[in-house]
Design a protein around this ligand. Structure first.
Ligand SMILES: NC(=O)c1ccc[n+]([C@@H]2O[C@H](COP(=O)([O-])OP(=O)(O)OC[C@H]3O[C@@H](n4cnc5c(N)ncnc54)[C@H](OP(=O)(O)O)[C@@H]3O)[C@@H](O)[C@H]2O)c1
Length: 359
């Protein structure tokens, strides 16, 4: 196994330390910050699905979307129904429901997709937020490393199925462009490049290597997000053209959430005060997600990457189309039992073209 990134092979930052330093600088500086979403912006009637909405960032996003008039579907493994009741109470909206899903189990992900398809749900805003930082490597239900399964594979399957089943449909006008937002992390910038020939191979790691593997799983996610944006929007090139389905991603910055729940007991007395003093609250950390999900101008663009409230570029490795194509193709066989052989997103874009071509 290769050592952690400290040299020129890193795909973005040269080290985890440089990523953390950049994050802290960005947190305390106002330079280049985007304006947060204004209070008047409403999303009445829009169907919003949020994964991992029972805790931390996801719960705050669910509350904020519901307050703005969205019909919120909380796709969660735990907290059913308590978290949903809390989101209803804190948002003052009754348009909140929960669907149970374990994203580390592709059978469970498929069941969620079946439910959405059978209920003929049409998603306007999808926030792919669920994430974790395990203390040690563990296998998913199908034997993949847990972060690979939850951060990448589950999202890959959901987007394929949603496009195939018409759960998410390309827009015919600029005003109603559906959006898919991936919650990634700047840690993707300090990962080793992806080894496509070993994609999905189980890796063992312990507490010392966990952060590096977290970064790698977020690199998988960011590379997939860039490719999805290109595949779903064949008419969008060089920052102009029509956006069929806007695909954006972001790093929310350090959040005082439950992400470090597996950290060893002896670290907690140090970690907890640091998190509550220096990390953003989930409400504050939700600002870039809300901007990407609800701001009108973000429906006219695709492939935007925010680091907190700054627009940046994701790593060169993640935005490289050749890497995007490779992650797409190499992950196809891993999902063979669940998706068949078609390229659903391309199909969805072509279907939309057919619908809009005059007879
Ligand atoms: N916290 C940070 O400093 C930070 C920084 C950068 C990026 N992020 C990203 O932000 C996102 C939200 O994390 P957070 O900070 O809000 O952490 P959190 O409070 O621990 O929330 C994580 C959410 O993901 C869900 N989840 C994990 N594994 C799942 C599975 N197998 N199936 C379904 N849901 C699952 C959790 O559900 P359970 O409660 O059932 O486990 C929980 O709802 C993550 O993608 C994380 O990587 C966080």
């Amino acid at each position: 196994m290769k050592k952690a990134k400290t040299g020129p092979n890193a795909v973005g930052h040269n080290s985890v330390l440089s990523a953390v330093t950049t994050a802290l600088f960005d947190m305390f500086s106002n330079k280049g910050q985007l304006e947060p979403l204004n209070d008047q912006q409403r999303i009445d009637g829009k169907v919003c699905l949020v994964t991992g909405a029972n805790s931390g960032l996801g719960k705050s996003i669910a509350i904020q979307l519901a307050k703005r008039g969205g019909h919120v579907i909380m796709a969660c493994r735990s907290g059913v129904p308590e978290a949903g009741e809390e989101v209803k109470r804190l948002s003052g909206s009754h348009k909140v429901e929960m669907i149970k899903v374990d994203l580390s189990d592709l059978d469970s992900v498929s069941e969620l997709c079946d439910t959405l398809r059978d209920r003929k749900i049409s998603i306007d805003i999808a926030i792919m937020n669920a994430g974790l930082m395990p203390l040690n490597s563990r296998p998913s239900a199908q034997g993949y490393e847990l972060m690979f399964a939850v951060h990448f594979l589950a999202n890959r399957l959901m987007l394929h199925r949603w496009c195939q089943d018409g759960v998410i449909k390309p827009s015919t006008s600029n005003s109603g462009t559906p959006r898919v937002i991936f919650v990634s992390s700047e840690a993707h910038q300090s990962s080793d490049p992806i080894n496509f020939s070993k994609l999905g191979e189980y890796v063992e790691y312990g507490i010392k290597d966990g952060l590096r593997h977290y970064g790698t799983s977020k690199l998988h996610l960011s590379t997939f997000a860039s490719e999805l944006s290109r595949r779903l929007n064949p008419d969008w090139t060089d920052n102009s053209g029509h956006v069929d389905i806007a695909v954006h991603s972001l790093c929310p910055g350090p959040i005082a959430s439950n992400i470090a729940r597996e950290s060893p007991g002896f670290l907690k007395p140090i970690l907890n005060p640091i998190m509550s003093l220096f990390f953003n609250s989930p409400d504050k950390a939700a600002a870039p997600v809300m901007l990407l999900a609800c701001a009108e101008n973000m429906g006219y663009r695709t492939g935007v990457y925010l680091h907190m409230m700054r627009e940046k570029t994701c790593s060169e490795h993640a935005s490289n189309p050749s890497n995007g194509n490779q992650i797409w193709e190499s992950s196809q066989p891993l999902l063979a039992d669940y998706i068949g052989s078609e390229h659903a997103p391309k199909k969805a874009a072509q279907q939309k073209k057919k619908n809009t071509t005059p007879a």
